[in-house]
Design a protein around this ligand. Structure first.
Ligand code: SF4
Ligand code: SF4
Ligand code: SF4
Length: 328
């Protein structure tokens, strides 16, 4: 059952989000919560709900994919239930990682908020210094949520070409895109436990069909913009990019022992993708990796050769998906 609530924010959408997370953290008696706190670049595990004030999913920065750190959180709390705050691309990565590595995702309470885009780290720091307070960058993003964000050409290329910035796959999802966030945000869940606990606790607003239709229109415009950007980036780099899986495998061989893209990808582990006895990456592993790619861009951010990996991987992923789709 998918349940959605339009919730009154009274000018403080972040406060509503934090209070909702606090309520669910307490009521489900979570043992720990993983999120990238303000001022921290790496997601960390917190055990006290008082730290909920450090949560801000609208901060336009992502330096590591939280999904990569989830196995370590589960290891730290082998019998507990853990909350995890993720961006939509991290949520996609976690689902794929869970399938491939057999991670017990039912031990997690996943929480996701619509994403309004993120800057490369240096750009973020420069902007945060200019504003004097990094919090103001998050407010700037939220301020334009109704129009679908600021569509900055300074965002990471992964964000400019994002396939799914909408929160919809977690146990608890917060929607801001297309909405007047100073008045209302969307809270959505398919988890009976969450629905049961939150149903009576949220400051509900009247249902507003027009607003929801407006949100759908803005979302489809963002998706269209992402698709056009992927096409444009692919076209502009066509003559220099590896164009298919074979060319990509050759590229990895030329990269030697670097592996920075592997090390920073939430889907890769120390021995994945594996190599054969001749030292070449296994084609099936690389293929599976590309098909599962969540488009988060952490690989590109880490590449010392500044290869446009988001564009390369996205093109190859689309080819592979088309080749495995059944023909009628
Ligand atoms: S890739 Fe999409 S979901 Fe991920 S940070 Fe960028 S805009 Fe957000
Ligand atoms: S390959 Fe790159 S874009 Fe894809 S999930 Fe891994 S780090 Fe993210
Ligand atoms: S990070 Fe860049 S240079 Fe290193 S292996 Fe990946 S593609 Fe090659």
């Amino acid at each position: 059952m998918n349940t959605s609530w339009l919730v009154e924010t009274h000018g403080d959408p972040l406060g509503i989000l934090q209070n909702t997370i606090k309520a669910i953290w307490e009521q489900l008696d979570l043992d720990a919560f993983m999120f990238a706190a303000n001022g921290s670049s790496k997601p960390r595990l917190f055990t006290e709900w008082q730290q909920v004030g450090e949560i801000n999913p609208f901060k336009p920065l992502m330096t590591q994919n939280t999904a990569k750190h989830v196995p370590e959180a589960i290891e730290n709390f082998p019998d507990g239930r853990i909350g995890v705050l993720l961006k939509p691309c991290e949520m996609r990565a976690l689902i794929k990682k869970g399938e491939r590595e057999n991670i017990p995702l039912d031990r997690l309470l996943t929480i996701c908020a619509d994403c309004l885009g993120t800057y490369p780290l240096e750009d973020y720091q420069w902007r945060a210094d200019r504003k004097g307070n990094p919090e103001r960058l998050a407010w700037e993003s939220l301020h334009f949520a109704r129009q679908g964000g600021i569509a900055s050409y300074r965002f990471r290329s992964a964000c400019q070409s994002c396939r799914t910035p909408v929160a919809q796959e977690a146990n608890l999802n917060f929607g801001v895109i297309g909405l007047p966030v100073r008045r209302k945000i969307l809270v959505q869940s398919q988890d009976p436990q969450v629905i049961d606990r939150l149903g009576g606790a949220l400051p509900l607003s009247e249902n507003d069909q027009t607003l929801m239709e407006q949100r759908d229109i803005i979302i489809s415009k963002i998706l269209q913009r992402g698709s056009q950007t992927r096409q444009r980036l692919g076209d502009s780099l066509e003559s220099i990019l590896p164009k298919d899986l074979e060319a990509l495998m050759l590229q990895f061989e030329q990269c030697g022992e670097c592996r920075e893209c592997f090390n920073n990808c939430p889907l890769c582990t120390a021995d994945y993708p594996a190599k054969d006895e001749h030292g070449s990456y296994l084609r099936e592993d690389v293929k599976e990796w590309m098909v599962s790619c969540a488009g988060c861009g952490m690989c590109e951010q880490a590449c010392p050769n500044h290869l446009p990996l988001v564009t390369i991987f996205s093109m190859i992923r689309e080819q592979l998906i088309q080749s495995i789709q059944p023909t009628c």
